[in-house]
Design a protein around this ligand. Structure first.
Ligand code: MRU
Length: 371
């Protein structure tokens, strides 16, 4: 997508030195646009854990490039057995960074498979670069297709609005910053906007890290899409008053039975949507489908992060990043990163292969190779 009129992806190998991976460091948005250079798997693990990069698809792509950087390091060892040990350590290090998005372990496993096909260290490193690029390209293409399939849903609603804007509500950032390009929840929004459908987006701020107000609002603004930031708790009120036509959110992991893990607060929005007959859609590339899990509530690992994210607010003042405490210093805080929305609250899944119901039968019709 475009930033200041120039096209960017969120991650790419540095054009004049492919031993370096460049990425947009999201910690500084929306106030500064910073590109970080990552040289080691250790640095990539930090970038994922500390959320310089975040969002299911981008976490997967970053892990893919992290494994490539690990392969460059591993190639310095004299023995092939040491190469393999280095890669196993790198895989474990990356997988330990964040537990909820299934894209991460999937990318690491895919890299291990692909590297195992190389006979020499050099061959293995080249395979790792090729696979990292492939993971990123597939992510981008799948998100583009999600946009095409979701566009139909928005156009259908627009037909009954006699020229008035379609009001879409979204939570967190499942935008292009959360993937390599386009985004999942935002891809239909961008496709509809680009094809002239009048639109307005309610952007839930998404405490505690404010990915909605910091990232989604910035993205939509850069693209020119009309939007309004709201407090997370305002969503139900807006739905009760007919101000929301459609909810589209992303997901970090969806079971093959249709249970959806997404940023904390998603479940409450799904409940409010059900109570107010507002369609609630989840947009996802198939890399976020977990074919091994059937019960999202029992099985999906929910990340818990530090209490400081809850007790502190973080922003910019006079050109500087500042951090202020907004809770009693001594009060404990619990910081659950994600929740699970059960399938019966989900109107449908928007995937790269089309829209389906949030149930196993319907998902497997779109992805018969997993039957
Ligand atoms: O903790 P984050 O920012 O990595 O969480 C990911 C998200 O932004 C959301 O859960 C998103 O809706 C799904 S990721 C496409």
């Amino acid at each position: 997508m475009k930033v200041g009129g120039r096209h960017f992806r969120t991650i790419w190998p540095k054009p004049d030195d492919e031993c370096i991976v460049q990425l947009i460091d999201q910690r500084f948005l929306p106030h500064r646009f910073v590109i970080e250079e990552v040289r080691t798997v250790e640095q990539m693990a930090t970038a994922i854990r500390e959320m310089h990069v975040r969002g299911a698809g981008l976490i997967g792509a970053s892990a893919g490039f992290g494994m490539y950087l690990a392969a460059i390091e591993a190639a310095l060892h004299a023995e092939l057995s040491e190469f393999n040990q280095h890669m196993a350590r790198a895989a474990a290090q990356l997988e330990a960074t964040r537990p909820t998005a299934v894209n991460l372990s999937r990318a690491v496993e895919r890299q291990l498979m692909s590297i195992s096909e190389g006979k020499t260290a050099q061959e293995k490193s080249l395979l790792a670069l090729r696979t990292a690029r492939l993971i990123a390209e597939e992510d981008e293409e799948h998100c583009r297709m999600i946009g095409q399939h979701g566009l139909g849903l928005i156009q259908q609603i627009a037909r009954n609005k006699s020229g008035k804007p379609v009001n879409v509500l979204t939570h967190c950032n499942a935008g292009w910053l959360a993937f390599v390009d386009y985004g999942s929840a935002t891809a239909p929004i961008y496709a509809a906007y680009d094809s002239g459908v009048p639109l307005h987006i309610w952007v839930a701020e998404t405490r505690p890290r404010n990915q909605g107000s910091k990232l989604t609002a910035w993205e939509l603004g850069e693209h020119g899409v009309p939007h309004t930031v709201i407090a997370d708790s305002a969503a139900g009120h807006l739905m009760q008053h007919g101000e929301v036509d459609l909810v589209i959110v992303g997901t970090d992991r969806t079971t093959c039975t249709g249970d959806v893990a997404n940023k904390i607060g998603t479940y409450l929005k799904a409940l409010a949507a059900k109570d107010n007959n507002v369609p609630f859609y989840v947009a996802l590339p198939s890399s976020s489908l977990d074919w091994s899990m059937r019960d999202g509530l029992k099985e999906i690992p929910i990340e818990e992060r530090g209490a400081d994210e809850i007790k502190h607010a973080h922003g910019w003042l006079a050109g500087r990043q500042v951090d202020v405490c907004v809770a009693p210093e001594r009060s404990p805080a619990a910081n659950y990163g994600f929740d699970v929305t059960p399938r019966h609250l989900v109107s449908g899944l928007i995937t790269e292969r089309g829209v389906c119901e949030a149930n196993e039968k319907s998902i497997r019709v779109l992805f018969p190779e997993h039957a």
